[in-house]
Design a protein around this ligand. Sequence first.
Ligand code: HEM
Length: 399
Amino acid sequence: VKEQLFINEITGFKMKDEFWNPYPWYKKMREESPVFYDERQDTWNVFLYDHAKQVLNDYKLFPSKRDRSLIPVPLSDNKVNLIFSDPPDHRKRRGLLSKAFTPHSLEDWKPRIQNIVNELVANIAKKKSVDLVQELAVPLPVTVIADLLGVPSKDWQQIKNWSDILFMPHDFQHIEELQAAKARASKEFVEYLLPIVAQKRAQLQDDIISDMILAEYEGAFFTDAEVAQTAMGLLGAGNETTTTLLTNMFYSLVKDQPGAYGELRKDRSLVPQAVEETLRYRFAAALDRRIGEDTDVFGPKMKKDQLIIAWVSSANRDENRFTDGESFDVRRKDIKHLTFGSGHHFCLGAPLARMEAVQALETFVERFSDYSIPDDFRPQDHLPPNNHNLNSLPVVVEE
Ligand code: HEM
């Protein structure tokens, strides 16, 4: 990606309240300008469910190969890069990675994830009053993905630091500083991974890095550098997103639907639904594509090579699609949200993220009769700059 987009220039958000609660703005856009052209960023923006879904599914009209993107990661277009490629190339690349990435069925991963969840939850039970972000939402995804890749999970804090820098949203005021920090983090991260890859090449193990070493692409094997790059991508891709899912879930079950946790205690079969509803209701996400040819599919004339943004978290509350879309309900049945994307780029790690959230919540429900968040907790006061995601969530658990 040669050029960065600044999403906050489109929303105009400056205040913490706006970052925490962008939903009134989404609603206004759905009602007043559902297909909106932003001149400064030269982007088209769509806010309705059907439009967003079409952008993500029609790869001929809206291809992924592009020079500009919201994605803040400096990825080169090598053969392991999925996100900026289109079919048929994408199919080959993804087939390769998904083969390497799901060598074991999810059922085989379950006990490894459950062990990590149990350890974290036991620690929470001991302390009773904790910051759930630090004690669960951050360590769980990073430890799990490190474990599955075969990277020492004791290094999780370092891995997390590198990933955070790599995925930090771009802010046009500090762009050069940030890009230098990202280049540094990426270099250090790859240098950390290379000896691990070399060691596994010498002695294969039961993990994803070893599977990548064995995978063949158009008659050739991956180099160590390519394996390390891909491992870095996977270690980063699932971290902040899954942390956000876990944090928002525990927030919503108390604050967005008081009493919801009690309902889950009574009927545990609701747990997977509660996870899906969190993904629909509380996840600030926007996905971009290039416009492949001049078109007026959404009304106005859009030009080839302009960019289009599908405002997924607006689509997820579109009243045309979801009855009472602006309310959180763990009993909601039809929850086909777009938070993992849609179409051929649909998140490769979705089953893993879902499994982590379901196991964490099930374990909580089994272990704790209740938990609370202080009445005076103001989410707005716990957001990093230009960011929607809570960096702390104080809870008190009851056995
Ligand atoms: C793709 C979201 C967790 C790996 C995507 C896409 C979205 C997404 C929206 C599609 C991007 C697009 O269409 O442009 C999420 C969310 C997660 C999550 C919300 C957690 C709640 C994970 C995890 C992993 C992962 C845990 C792996 C360890 C990937 C990969 C792709 C992807 C490799 C690229 C797929 C492709 O382009 O074919 N994710 N993700 N994600 N995700 Fe996730």
